[in-house]
Design a protein around this ligand. Structure first.
Ligand SMILES: O=C(COP(=O)(O)O)[C@@H](O)[C@H](O)[C@H](O)[C@H](O)COP(=O)(O)O
Ligand SMILES: [Mn+2]
Ligand SMILES: [Mn+2]
Length: 345
């Protein structure tokens, strides 16, 4: 894959984050999402690439833009043949979440970001809009912790791998009724729980960075977000496992299909023959190269949120490339018009 795409996609997530941040705290989650989608799509369609959305706004929101199967990149534009020969370009698959944590943006809370992952065609698991049980942990615990083990066992393993006691571990769990027992178990094992209302992509990735004070993500979130998290964790060498959840009884909320049986049929029709399979990061993001980019909308442990000033804005992004083996933190000043001043910090 062309390494230059890694630089271009910074602007894609930046533009989505800036658009969404204008709706921060306004209580309108759909608008905060929609403007991020539009901005992401607009910038993406200027890139010299031949991309297809494999995870997008599609199923859950029935959105007209960045839907699953949509082709993106300059070669998809009506006048493309004047400046682009699609045959010369490698086909790439793209997973997007232009506003990850729409509620967080709408209510002015921390942890939202514009995010995407890219790989060669077929390199990202085209996850259905199902739930996914997830386990994320630092690189030192990779392949030692296991989603098939209990939280208690995994915390013991994690404490050994990280050479610290269990009460020095912090586990992020989404604050949902389905996690009542899990939270009880983690606390009984001695670890501390950080409950989040939304935004489990940020929590998963934080596990790969020391200094975030987040050592594991446990519990059930959305499957598409699981693939995006896996792409980052694969490139960072962190631990990530995901298992699709198809039984509505387990999740206790209504996003997933009507019944366990219909969900199983749907998975079979997608060619998923083992619905209970545990996927690791390398299977969810299996391409030869994987790129991940995120830009903070509201502040988070890894990136600050968008800050507007007269005539411009400042953003913080993270771009991870398995090809160049880099995790780049990018601090950008955007000048919309001649700004009166550019703030250093
Ligand atoms: O919090 C989330 C919402 O994402 P978005 O819709 O893009 O703002 C995600 O991080 C979660 O992974 C996930 O979508 C969530 O757990 C599923 O929703 P819920 O039924 O409320 O748990
Ligand atoms: Mn999301
Ligand atoms: Mn979203």
């Amino acid at each position: 894959m062309d390494n230059a795409i890694g630089l271009e996609i910074i602007e894609v997530v930046e533009q989505a984050a800036i658009a969404s941040a204008r709706w921060m705290g306004k209580g309108e989650k759909n608008t905060a999402d929609q403007v991020a989608v539009e901005a992401m799509r607009q910038r993406m369609n200027k890139i010299h690439m031949r991309g297809k959305i494999v995870i997008g706004e599609g199923e859950r929101d029935e959105a007209p833009m960045l839907y699953i199967g949509e082709e993106v990149g300059i070669c998809t534009q009506p006048d493309a043949k004047n400046f682009c020969d699609p045959e010369q370009l490698v086909e790439i698959d793209i997973a997007v979440d232009p506003c990850e944590g729409t509620n967080l943006v709408a209510y002015g809370q921390n942890g939202s970001m514009a995010v995407l992952a890219i790989s060669e065609k077929g390199g990202l698991f085209a996850a259905p809009d199902f739930y996914m049980k997830k386990l994320a942990a630092p690189a030192v615990a990779k392949n030692h912790v296991d989603i098939r083990k209990s939280a208690t066992e995994n915390l013991k393993i994690l404490s050994d791998c990280m050479d610290r006691s269990i009460d020095e571990l912090v586990v992020v769990v989404m604050d949902r009724p389905r996690h009542k027992e899990l939270i009880k178990e983690i606390r009984a094992a001695g670890a501390r729980v950080r409950l989040i209302s939304d935004g489990d992509v940020s929590a998963a990735i934080c596990c790969a960075f020391s200094g975030t004070n987040i050592h594991a993500l446990m519990g059930i979130g959305a499957a598409p977000e699981g693939v995006i998290s896996a792409a980052a964790m694969r490139a960072l060498g962190g631990h990530f496992q995901g298992q699709l959840i198809y039984d509505p009884e387990v999740v206790k909320t209504g996003l997933i299909g009507e019944s366990k049986e219909s969900n199983l049929e749907r998975l079979a029709s997608m060619g998923i023959t083992d619905p209970d399979k545990v996927y690791n990061a390398e299977e969810l993001a299996s391409g030869e190269t994987v790129l991940f980019a995120a830009c903070g909308i509201t502040p988070g442990p890894l990136m600050n949120g968008v800050r507007f000033f007269h005539g411009g804005a400042r953003t913080e992004s993270l771009v991870i490339s398995s090809q160049s083996k880099t995790a780049r933190f990018v601090d950008t000043v955007h000048m919309f018009e001649a700004p009166k001043t550019i703030q250093v910090r």
